[in-house]
Ligand binder design. Structure first.
Ligand SMILES: [Fe+2]
Length: 189
């Protein structure tokens, strides 16, 4: 379950209905979807897309999305910090940002035109849609791990446009939830 913090009001939401209702009020769609059991930790992107074919088709039909891919980030991802830096400054896109999280955690900050600045910490099973034009930024949690299915209307529309407001400097990317520790890491350590 996501953890939502309404930052300037010092409010934290942890219940599904409460989260979905509140996020809808600032234009963000949020749902919980079941994750299939028994998906290998090292499943390839192709395997993931095949396993989630039904869910992806449902989303495509709903939102007019035409393509899907899998983003897979770990601390070993090359140029990770440079990649993260592209999205950790306030920006917006010409198309929706749709993410279905299947592993790890991440932190969206949403800056509504009207309403309070809101942090949404997403985890596996969370489906989030940040509509085109929404001011937002994104960070990973401390474990630097996320795997998510992304849907696109047109990949070229997904280029970030920066607001250069600097507001993102005022909010630390602090995650509250448990870190995801894959079994392999535990055995190694
Ligand atoms: Fe974005």
């Amino acid at each position: 379950m996501a953890i939502v913090r309404v930052l300037d009001e010092n409010r934290t939401l942890r219940e599904k209905e409460e989260i979905a209702d509140y996020l809808a009020s600032i234009g963000i769609a949020y749902e919980r979807w079941d994750l299939p059991k028994g998906v290998a930790d090292d499943a390839s992107s192709e395997e993931i897309l095949a396993i989630y074919r039904e869910q992806i088709e449902t989303l495509k039909q709903r939102g007019g999305y035409v393509t899907a891919d899998v983003i897979d980030v770990t601390p070993e991802t090359p140029n990770l910090e440079a990649m993260l830096a592209k999205f950790s400054r306030e920006h917006w896109h010409d198309e929706d940002e749709v993410r279905f999280i299947i592993r790890g955690r991440g932190l969206f900050h949403i800056h509504p035109r009207q309403g309070a600045l809101t942090a949404i910490e997403v985890e596996a099973g969370d489906l989030i849609r940040v509509p085109r034009g929404t001011w937002h930024w994104f960070d990973l949690c401390g474990d630097r791990t996320i795997r998510a299915i992304r849907l696109f209307q047109d990949q070229s529309g997904w280029t970030p446009h920066y607001t250069d407001s600097g507001i993102d400097h005022n909010y630390q990317p602090v995650c509250l939830g448990p870190s995801y520790l894959p079994a392999r890491t535990k055995i190694r350590s």
